[in-house]
Design a protein around this ligand. Structure first.
Ligand code: UD1
Length: 453
């Protein structure tokens, strides 16, 4: 079924859920969940492919796009710029984006506030139209999230950047190839500069790049449509620009499975499922968490596209605690940090967890402590956990909050291992990154429902 553009503009179906809550009945430390979870397409890859659509001379087709709120938000932003976007829902989304009608190059403040990731659009807009405008950052719940690496890269490629409550980036005669060595490893800056360089004059070399699989996924698609990107997935990426020639939509983009969704269910399964099959995923993208969980004693088996937890009926106390430091890919993903911490509250022993990517990612820790977890924030970037601790629901009338997408999922995990019923609010944040969380968990036997306030 094809959804017309007019309907897409009302997408905010997720927005009307803003006030909803998830009510979760705790499993009291037992592991009765069992079944199969099918992993959706990676939102962090599909979002970049949607942005890259701006580089094309006709409508592009994106397959296996997840039905998550961030995808709708970026679609709205593209529509506001003048693009035509259509969604077709089978069991996954196929999104068609026609960039040929784009008339604007300014991302409005409201959109940028809802999704800071929309900054990736500046690269393709600048590449195609020679200008892009993005609101000056106002901060973000998981850290400052500056965009200095993007701006420095654009300047190296010949663009002028002026700031006046917003960043106006201009390269009237097009971007020029350049050598850009990122001071810091950034997923967004790597992807955005890579996309910007696709239409530039000459060759751009990006050094100290992020190596996330989502970058490779988008680069391979762009290459199949006329781009010349070499080295995606390694620290150095070289892009030979087309000198303004737009890409041809000769191949559809197919979104890779979401490794963060899969990793989240992996931690959840280790905690509360006696058996769990996570299918349609890429275990090779999850080596760091799989290795840690295996060392902790979780019975995990993998095939090329599935992860199985089998015979996990013993007590959580039989799992050994581990220390953890988040790192850029292929290290342990910051987006799985909170889920790992909830797992560690139930394992035996002490753990130190260090967050090296974002400085503000422990806001959920106080909530876990209120639920009875033995957890203490020892510095801005570090927490210490001593497990196992009995976790209980909050007193009547109090509810948990999802602080960000991933911490929201971690709170669902905490509520599942707790004694009692927990209400979790702010769940529009979970919806930003997890497709149909309550349906997927109910199918495993969890008692979880979405209720209106
Ligand atoms: C992406 C993911 C996010 C994930 C993160 C790290 C998307 C939509 N989001 O976010 O889920 O948690 O990668 O794996 O793909 N930085 C600067 N200057 C910049 C840009 C970034 O200092 O110009 C810093 C950030 O503040 C942060 C670090 O670099 O400390 C890494 O951030 P980055 O990799 O850019 O994260 P995102 O691409 O925003």
């Amino acid at each position: 079924m094809k959804t017309a553009i007019a309907q897409i503009s009302q997408i905010s179906p997720k927005k009307e859920l803003l006030q909803n809550r998830l009510v979760i009945t705790g499993l009291e430390g037992k592991k009765p969940l069992a079944g199969t979870i099918r992993i959706s397409g990676a939102k962090n890859a599909a979002l970049k492919a949607m942005a890259a659509a701006v580089l094309f001379d006709g409508p592009v087709t994106l397959e296996n796009v997840p039905d998550t709120a961030d995808i709708h938000t970026l679609a709205e932003i593209l529509i506001r710029l003048g693009a035509k976007v259509a969604f077709e829902k089978d069991h996954t989304f196929t999104v068609t984006i026609d960039p040929t009608t784009i008339a604007g190059t300014a991302i409005d403040a409201e959109s940028a506030k809802t999704m800071r990731g929309s900054v990736v659009l500046t690269g393709p807009l600048l590449a195609r139209f020679g200008r892009a405008t993005f609101p000056a950052p106002g901060g973000c719940v998981i850290g400052a999230r500056p965009i200095d690496l993007f701006l420095e890269g654009y300047k190296k490629m010949g663009a002028a950047v002026s700031e006046n409550g917003q960043y106006d980036i201009e390269a009237a005669s097009g971007l020029a190839g350049a050598e850009i060595s990122f001071e810091k490893i950034s997923v967004g800056a790597t992807e955005t500069l890579m996309m910007a360089a696709v239409l530039a004059r000459g060759t751009t070399t990006l050094k100290n790049c992020a190596m996330e699989p989502e970058i490779v996924n988008v680069a391979e698609w762009l290459n199949s449509c006329g781009a010349d990107i070499r080295g995606a997935g390694t620290p150095t990426i070289a892009i030979v620009g087309t000198a303004g020639k737009l890409l041809k939509p000769s191949a559809s983009y197919v979104t890779i499975p979401d490794r963060i969704e899969a990793g989240s269910y992996l931690f959840l399964g280790a905690l509360c499922a006696s058996e769990l099959v996570i299918e349609n995923c890429r275990p090779d993208h999850l080596q760091a968490p799989i290795e840690l969980l295996k060392k902790a004693g979780v019975p995990i088996e993998t095939t090329a596209d599935s992860i199985r937890i089998v015979g996990n009926d013993g007590p959580n106390t039989s799992f050994k605690a581990f220390d953890l430091k988040t790192k850029e890919y292929p290290g342990f993903a910051t987006d799985l940090q909170a889920q790992a911490v909830v797992f560690l509250t139930q394992a035996s022993g002490k753990s130190d967890v260090y967050e090296s990517i974002f400085e503000g990612r422990f806001k959920y820790v106080a909530d876990l402590a209120r639920m009875g977890a033995a957890i203490e924030q020892t510095s801005q970037r570090e927490v210490r956990i001593e497990g196992p601790a009995d976790i209980h629901a909050l007193p009547e009338g109090e509810q948990l909050n999802a602080h960000d997408i991933r911490a929201g999922f971690a709170m669902v995990m905490a509520a599942l291992v707790a004694t009692g019923r927990t209400a979790l609010s702010n769940i529009h944040l979970i919806d930003r990154g997890y497709e149909s969380i309550e349906a997927k968990l109910s199918a495993l036997g969890a008692k979880i429902e979405r209720v209106n306030n």
